[in-house]
Ligand binder design. Structure first.
Ligand SMILES: Nc1nc2c(ncn2[C@@H]2O[C@H](COP(=O)(O)OP(=O)(O)OP(=O)(O)O)[C@@H](O)[C@H]2O)c(=O)[nH]1
Length: 364
């Protein structure tokens, strides 16, 4: 009986054991989340050759007080062929899928639906974070899904999400729980690489083939932080850093990335549709912090240096440019935000060179 079911789901027991071991090794080979998801999709479609897999990321957005679910397709795999991530809009999704997702979110369990037209079954597996929130959904389309195949996929997804949690933890700063600098470089590089695929970057922006948005790196540094440590002690200094991180999380949007970059330095990566919007974001950040009363310490200000991420030859150049703007802000009164391009256009600073980029950043 067991043998029958196994051959139903398309693999023999010996081969499948080897394949599963290989799959586990493959899934846990990557540190980059996107590669991890890709390898999961490839693995599943190699194990179940005639089936289709789609991996969706689920996010929630607050639209005028109503929480809406948003899906983006991270990977699509069919017979080992993987098609990469793209954002999808709700109207592109069949109504049955939205219904299935809602059911899975409500029941927090695997749900499925028979598709008589294609004589197939759609099985939707929720994927959880370590806090038991639903992080994504795996949609498996199969003509012969068995009990064992469901168990196996469920098990692989658990391994995947446990590994993802470990990875996420290793990317977090232990004091503030923001992202740490280890993955900052790769996040900047991803933006540079995606910009670089356009030969005429400026024209691509005008035509909105780049979705019209600008990507910014904002380097924030606490003013006179040494004085806080000296006057109140390191524990209070640490508390300021923790509270500042929470403030930044409130100010920036969920999709923006926040890092603790050094001792009292933070980085935000965010997108806006115009330079003015970016200036507004930075000023709002600076102002909110300046008005916040840190328990026991009182008012604390920050200085901000900003660089646009375009097609610089490397992440250290972007960081160097933001650092140069930050240095200018510090030297000219602190508690202000300065943009590298504006300072350069006004002749207030010299262009950042590759050699400077290697040495100008402080590490902690
Ligand atoms: N409490 C605490 N202090 C830290 C931490 N990391 C770095 N520091 C301290 O942060 C201080 C940074 O001082 P400086 O680089 O001189 O800068 P600043 O006093 O903020 O002065 P400006 O940046 O010029 O406004 C040093 O005293 C470091 O010891 C940390 O994790 N916790």
């Amino acid at each position: 009986m067991m043998q029958d079911r196994r051959s139903n789901c398309g693999f023999t027991s010996k081969l499948s054991t080897l394949k599963i071991v290989d799959s586990l090794a493959e899934i846990t080979r990557y540190k980059d989340r996107e590669l991890l998801e890709r390898s999961l999709a490839v693995t599943l479609s190699e194990l179940f050759l005639s089936d289709e897999f789609r991996f969706y990321r689920i996010t929630t957005v607050d639209v005028d007080g109503i929480i809406e679910l948003r899906l983006s397709l991270l990977t699509y795999a069919n017979q080992g062929v993987v098609i990469s991530e793209h954002q999808i809009h709700e109207h592109e999704l069949p109504p049955w899928l939205l219904e299935l997702v809602t059911q899975a979110v409500e029941t927090q369990a695997l749900v499925e639906r028979h598709d008589p037209e294609n004589a197939a079954t759609h099985i939707l597996y929720p994927v959880y974070t370590k806090h038991d929130d639903i992080y994504g959904m795996l949609l498996h389309k199969s003509k012969q899904a068995s009990f064992e195949s469901r168990r196996l996929i469920y098990g692989l997804l658990r391994i995947y999400s446990n590994y993802l949690s470990l990875l996420e933890e290793s990317h977090r700063d232990t004091l503030t729980n923001l992202l740490n600098r280890e993955i900052l470089d790769s996040e900047i590089t991803k933006i540079i690489v995606s910009n670089a695929q356009y030969h005429d970057y400026a024209a691509a922006k005008r035509r909105r083939t780049l979705d019209g948005s600008h990507a910014w790196l904002c380097l924030l540094d606490v003013d006179h932080f040494k004085r806080i440590n000296d006057e109140w002690g390191h524990l209070y200094g640490d508390e300021v850093l923790i509270l500042l991180a929470r403030q930044l999380e409130n100010i920036f949007r969920k999709e923006d990335l926040l890092f603790r970059y050094g001792g009292e330095e933070f980085v935000a990566l965010f997108r806006t549709f115009s330079c003015e919007d970016a200036q507004m974001v930075c000023e709002r950040t600076r102002n909110t912090i300046a008005q916040y009363s840190f328990p026991g310490v009182g008012r604390v200000t920050i200085s901000i240096g900003v660089a646009e991420i375009t097609r610089q030859p490397g992440s250290s150049i972007v960081l160097g440019q933001a650092d140069k703007a930050l240095y200018y802000a510090k030297e000219h009164g602190r508690n202000q935000s300065c943009f590298y391009d504006n300072l350069l256009a006004q002749g207030l600073i010299e262009p950042q060179t590759i050699n400077q980029s290697k040495s100008s950043i402080d590490f902690f």
